[in-house]
Ligand binder design. Structure first.
Ligand SMILES: [Zn+2]
Length: 277
């Protein structure tokens, strides 16, 4: 018999002075006939293995910003290559009117997405490993290279950067997904696959009940060539502005655990849809 039932019995019967050497189980029936003790071979049937549809797949999640960025202006304002032009290493990110930081929101959603993807068998690379007021970065160029061919670690099949916007217009709310344009002469990879990834994420967010942006992009998708993380990615990459933190309705969803779980479920659904798993 495995040891844990004995421990449970002992906890329940502590007041009666239970010991593991002398289990309190009766060895005879009320009629007096001797009953064989439980056969030690009576193991429970093995549980079937959990389906792992993403086994062997590699996904990069890039939670935007870092909680301590504002304390390190020299570091985060340093210029880095953003894909043929220079841009600041990083920015502070925005926050809700209540002071809930974008860096914390993106971290919380990313780690929930990671937990769910791992449960499905995927290997998840995060571009930062903490959300700390004592830390800054990493820079956008470093984020864009994680999971690229030739970089340390496995090559990813896709990258999703998670952000939230800080638009002050009262009518501005909803999410939008950003991809970079297909470049002149580009054979279509990975930018063409990024188009498909952007649609998969847009569709999953809509299916999860999130409204597309009222103020940017078209049908929840925007195209930009000024984002270093997307420009430097050699695997299909998109950046999601999951909502507008300055809009009270969007912020309420982001600040709630249930809301963040809903975002996470949608991102996981998009990854599965894109990967055909
Ligand atoms: Zn951001």
């Amino acid at each position: 018999m495995r040891p844990w039932p004995v421990v449970l019995v002992c906890l329940a019967a502590l007041a009666a002075g239970c010991t593991t050497d002398a289990p309190a189980r009766p060895t005879s029936t009320p009629t007096g006939s001797t009953m064989a003790s439980s056969p030690p071979t009576a193991e429970p049937a093995p549980t079937p293995p959990t389906p792992r549809p993403l086994a062997g797949r590699v996904v990069v999640l890039d939670p935007g910003h870092q909680l301590g960025n504002a304390r390190f202006p020299a570091q985060i304002n340093r210029l880095v290559d953003a894909g043929g032009f220079d841009k600041a290493c990083n920015t502070t990110g925005t926050s809700s009117d209540d002071g809930y930081p974008e860096a914390t929101f993106t971290w919380q959603v990313a780690t929930e997405v990671r937990r769910r993807l791992r449960a499905l068998g995927a290997r998840v690379l995060l571009t930062r490993d903490e959300n700390s007021a004592a830390a800054w970065g990493p820079c956008i160029d470093e984020r864009g290279r994680v999971g690229n061919p030739g970089e340390p670690g496995p090559t990813a099949e896709l990258r999703i950067s998670l952000h939230a916007d800080g638009n002050l217009a009262s009518s501005a709310h909803g999410f939008h997904v950003i991809r970079r344009p297909v470049r002149e002469g580009e054979t279509g990879e990975p930018a063409a696959r990024a188009e498909r990834l952007a649609r998969a994420l847009r569709d999953a967010l809509v299916a999860a009940g999130f409204a597309t942006s009222t103020y940017l992009g078209e049908d929840g998708i925007d195209v930009r060539d000024d984002l270093g993380t997307l420009n430097l990615s050699e695997v299909p990459a998109v950046m999601a502005e999951l909502g507008n933190m300055r809009h009270p309705g969007d912020a309420a969803v982001m600040e709630s655990e249930a809301g963040r779980r809903r975002y996470a479920r949608a991102v996981v659904a998009a990854v599965r849809s894109y990967l055909g798993a």
